[in-house]
Write a protein that binds this ligand. Sequence first.
Ligand code: IFM
Length: 444
Amino acid sequence: MAEKKFPKDFVWGSATASYQVEGSPLADGAGPSIWHRFSHTPGTTHEGETGDVACDHYNRYKEDIKLMKSLGLKGYRFSISWSRIFPNGKGKINEKGVDFYNRVIDELLKNEITPFVTIYHWDLPAALQDIGGWTNRDIANWFGDYADYLFQRFGDRVKHWITLNEPWVMAFIGHMYGEHAPGMRDIYAAFAVAHNELRAHSKAVEAFRSEGIKGKIGITLSNGSHDPATDSTQDVLAARVTHEFSNYPLFLNPIFKGKYPEHIENFEKEFLPKGYEKDMDEIKRPIDFVGINYYSGDVVKADPSSPMGVKIMGRGLPKTEMGWEIYPEGFYKILKGVQDEYNPKEVYVTENGAAFDDKVEDGAVHDQKRIDYLRDHISQAHRALEDGVKLKGYFVWSLMDNFEWAFGYSKRFGITYIDYKTQKRILKDSAKWYANVISKNAVE
Ligand code: IFM
């Protein structure tokens, strides 16, 4: 089989997020986040599971970084918990929270692993939720100040910054479908949140530039490949609307072009906050890279009887444990689409991976399905690279099994298995396979 080589400086990494791995959410003076509050509310997560312990990464980060080193990882993407730094979201600073991330960053650098920091991965300080959270326009300033503070404290060593992780999920799963914190069900609130996320992102980029940080800043967006179920004009339009609404265009169109995508303005304008047009000039601001998360693909049919006018269907392909169809070609389409539509200076795959029902057998985890998934997706990333996508790195989701939000610990995405009873880490076969990809800088 032919070997697909990657460029010499390609960043092979893995990703995690604070609430999903750290545990000890209230340790050393940290304030509660909305995920702490939500997961402690009965009926919100699988079997009432919470991030109280998670992977105990807060205490075991050294061991985990050693593990990364043993795999040859070049980069590690992790997020900072806002309420460890500002327990109330603003005002009083918690030095012990700053110390924790200083220790993580220094340990990574000591091991020659480049830190990629996500400023926000869904764990808003609960104190800010009490004053409206992401629906409050003031959040753009709260977030801008928080980000600015991170640049001041960590910007000497962290050169890659991601403002927000998957703002679509936070806006719509958290505020329209109510399945994530803060558990709201209000379409107007969801669109207001999406708009405020863009404003907040812009404030952080502005602060980054004015601090003069010698580094790069971008945003990470969630994506699925949504193809028309048939060639009919209606299905083609339904797929396009779905793409513009739930993929990168909803955020990149404002950031790169200063306006919402065409079909959002055509069909969903009524949901956007009044006077939103006045903010668009400020939202349009150059960024250094785009982060793409991709897991799955589906097909879309026009369906006037459904609330959004579309019906999302499968192709009958094999699924992961999440029930998501495995469609590697869609990964290529998303990467190529982002380059063709917005021509970003750089693109990183900030998440890609799969949950499977892993079992430990004689101390090993033979996760061949995950190896197949990763090989097929990395091959499509290579194809995108060859076709002109300015792809600079790939981060597997996830370094280790972790708290999968409302699914608790029932879904395992890691290339490392976590025995939650003992906190023992076991490298799955996919981790060893990935280490081999990294050392060869190639996939077969
Ligand atoms: O676990 C999540 C992550 O927090 C954000 N992107 C998708 C992953 C898998 O669902």
